[in-house]
Every structure is written in structure tokens, then in C-alpha cells.
Design a protein around this ligand. Structure first.
Ligand SMILES: NC(=O)c1ccc[n+]([C@@H]2O[C@H](COP(=O)([O-])OP(=O)(O)OC[C@H]3O[C@@H](n4cnc5c(N)ncnc54)[C@H](O)[C@@H]3O)[C@@H](O)[C@H]2O)c1
Length: 333
């Protein structure tokens, strides 16, 4: 509780692992805007310098280019910070399928190192988990205490879900055994400026194709649904969870509950971008070069996060698509 009260006083230093990535860079921006200082620890595997270049004019920013698996680097960073947002992980279906060893190690070992350092220095931690931990659960929408149904270990796409589940167990275990204050957040599809399509993220891939009038490739039959939340809504909630005593020790869904099929998403992208792109379908085998299990629906129940921080997403899907369109046009990405 004492640590939490200290965090309510602005002007603290936060460690953001994965801070050069898509969500991390937005979170850094919000912390600086609020008057806090930041230390980014990132190996720049999927993170990019251009995501954080503008931050140096906005406040006290330190960058450590290293892996979250490096204990010495994490300990040093942790010793100078008041709390940590842990976002570093291998992310993106394409990357996970192609590099399962890197995925498992970065997620499980990285989180172990971060939690041990946080414990050593008594720092609160927010851990970003994923809606993937629900796996193929058929009871939709998903609640935090629902059973999970994961696919077989021979299909490497599931290693991300198992690994994120282990991260959650680790976080809860550190809390139970050592009293480490931590919050676990299961992010659903988060989208917005700076997300890149090259690792399998659907919205930037669709918008980039639409802007070039190139074919938009929908994987599978396109009837699978997802819910997309703007990164500004997500980072706002991450800040509020870290400053809310009642959030510690809990697992939260975080995302939008506005469901859209991938076919409808593709059509909305074409219409908003005024594109001549045609929509074509690719089997998962063609897309990922191997057997691939996809999930028909992925929708969060948001009661818990609503009751603790009053979370309500502000951005509609059309606004989200426009923000990605504007970003890609501005950057030519
Ligand atoms: N974007 C989403 O829709 C989504 C959904 C669910 C969960 N998440 C989680 O949110 C977090 C951030 O995801 P993102 O979308 O910003 O992805 P991202 O790839 O843009 O960010 C991940 C960052 O972590 C860094 N990183 C990876 N391995 C590292 C390592 N071993 N050491 C140090 N840095 C490392 C990368 O360079 C990158 O900057 C991840 O933990 C991810 O699992 C994201």
C-alpha cells in the first residue's frame, strides 16, 4: 500500500520494458506528458528508434538497449525506477510461428528476470498478458476466471498463449509468496499509429494494402471476429491501473467489446480509405506455411475493469481505422 501511495505523487521514474514498441512508445508518451521520467529497456527486435525519437524533447528519457533476459541490465534499471510496466515480449502471429524458441524465452525468462528484480528492489509491476490465454474457449465473451482451452503443443502458434499463461502464474505467485504488488492485464487486439503489419498484425496490413490499392488478403474465411481497441484507450487504462490500489493482485481484460468480423473489417478499411483494393481470401496454410488453428471469436467481458477504473473505450472502429490511415499516409510506412 505504501508503494502505491508513493506512485500517486507525480514525477516518478518508470521502467518500461518494450518501451520502443507500439504500445510501449505510447505509454512512454503519456507518462512524460504527466510529468514522470522514463527508462526504456528494449532490445529493438520489433521496437523501432523512430517510435521514441520524438520523446527526447518531451522530458527525462533514458534508453537501455538490452534484453529483458539480461539480469544485470534489468537490475540496474530497476534500482533507479519507482515502478515497472513490463511489455517486452515477442509479438505477432507470424513471428511467433516462425520463431517459437525466441517467443517462449523472451516471454517466460524475461518475465522471471523482471519479477525477481522487482522483488529485490520492492517495485510494483504491471505485466501485459494477452487474450490469447483464453485459447479456443467457447464461452464468449471471456471472463477473467473462465477455464481456458489451449491447442496442442505441436502447433507452435500456441506457445505464445502457454507462455503468457506462465507469466500470469509467475506474477500471481510472486504476489502470494512474497507480497510483490503487481497487476496482470490481458490485452485484446490493440491498434493505432506505429503498429506495423510485418509480424502479422491485421489492421496496419489491411490499411497499407488499401492505400496502395493492392489486394487485401483475409486469412481463412474471414468470418472470425475480433474487437479492436485504440492504443490511446489502452495506455490510459494502464496508467490508471498502476495508480489504483484495488487493482493490485488482480487479472484484468482490457480492450474493446465491439465485435467485428475480419471480412467486415476489410470492407470498412476499403470504404474509409476510398480504395480500389479487392478483398481476397488465403487459407491459413498459405498464409503461415503450416497447419494453423484460429479462433472464431474473441470478445472480452469488461465488468471487472469497469468496476475498478471505470474503463470505457472512447474510440470507435471507424476512428481507429482513420487514425491508422493518417499515420501510414504521414509516414509513408
Ligand atoms: N498489440 C496487441 O494487440 C497486443 C495484444 C495482446 C498482448 N499484447 C502484449 O503487449 C505487449 C506490447 O506489445 P506491442 O503490440 O507493443 O508489440 P511490439 O512488438 O511493438 O512491442 C514489444 C517490444 O518488446 C521488445 N522486446 C521483445 N523482446 C525483447 C527482449 N527480450 N528484451 C527487450 N525487449 C524486447 C521489442 O523490441 C518491442 O519494442 C507485449 O507483451 C504483447 O504480448 C499486445
Amino acid at each position: 500500500m505504501g508503494i502505491w501511495f508513493n506512485l500517486c505523487v507525480m514525477g516518478k521514474r518508470f521502467l518500461i520494458t518494450g518501451g520502443a514498441g507500439f504500445i510501449g512508445s505510447h505509454l512512454c508518451e503519456s507518462l512524460l506528458k504527466r510529468g514522470d521520467s522514463i527508462t526504456i529497456l528494449d532490445d529493438f527486435s520489433t521496437g523501432r528508434e523512430q517510435n521514441i525519437a520524438h520523446l527526447f524533447q518531451r522530458g527525462d528519457v533514458q534508453v537501455i538497449r538490452d534484453s529483458v533476459e539480461n539480469e544485470a541490465a534489468v537490475n540496474l534499471a530497476m534500482s533507479t525506477c519507482d515502478a515497472v510496466y513490463h511489455l517486452a515480449a515477442a509479438v505477432g502471429v507470424q513471428l511467433i510461428v516462425e520463431r517459437p524458441v525466441l517467443t517462449i524465452r523472451s516471454i517466460i525468462h524475461g518475465t522471471e528476470v523482471v519479477l525477481a528484480a522487482a522483488q529485490r528492489f520492492g517495485r510494483p509491476v504491471l505485466i501485459t498478458s494477452s487474450s490469447e490465454v483464453y485459447g479456443k474457449g467457447a464461452k464468449v465473451p471471456f471472463s477473467e476466471n473462465d477455464d481456458v482451452v489451449l491447442g496442442p503443443t505441436r502447433a507452435s502458434r500456441w506457445c505464445y498463449a502457454y507462455a503468457k499463461g506462465i507469466d500470469e502464474f509467475l506474477g500471481l505467485a510472486y504476489r502470494k509468496q512474497f507480497g510483490l504488488p503487481n497487476v496482470i492485464v490481458r490485452l485484446f487486439n490493440t491498434v493505432g499509429p506505429r503498429q506495423v503489419g510485418m509480424y502479422g498484425m491485421v489492421l496496419p496490413r489491411f490499411v497499407a494494402a488499401a492505400l496502395k490499392n493492392a489486394p487485401i488478403q483475409v486469412y481463412g474465411d474471414g468470418r472470425q471476429t475480433r474487437c479492436f481497441c485504440h492504443v490511446a484507450d489502452v495506455t490510459d487504462a494502464l496508467l490508471r491501473l498502476m495508480s489504483t490500489a484495488a487493482a493490485f493482485g488482480q487479472v484484468f481484460n482490457l480492450g474493446s467489446d465491439e465485435e467485428v468480423s475480419i471480412n467486415d473489417l476489410a470492407q470498412r478499411v476499403v470504404s474509409i480509405c476510398g480504395s480500389a483494393s479487392r478483398i481476397e481470401h488465403l487459407s491459413y496454410q498459405e498464409a503461415y506455411g503450416q497447419e494453423f488453428d484460429d479462433l472464431p471469436r474473441r470478445v472480452p467481458r469488461l465488468d471487472r475493469i469497469r468496476s475498478v477504473i471505470g474503463f470505457v473505450p472512447r474510440y470507435s472502429l471507424d476512428q481507429i481505422i482513420r487514425s491508422v490511415q493518417d499515420y501510414l499516409k504521414q509516414t509513408g510506412a
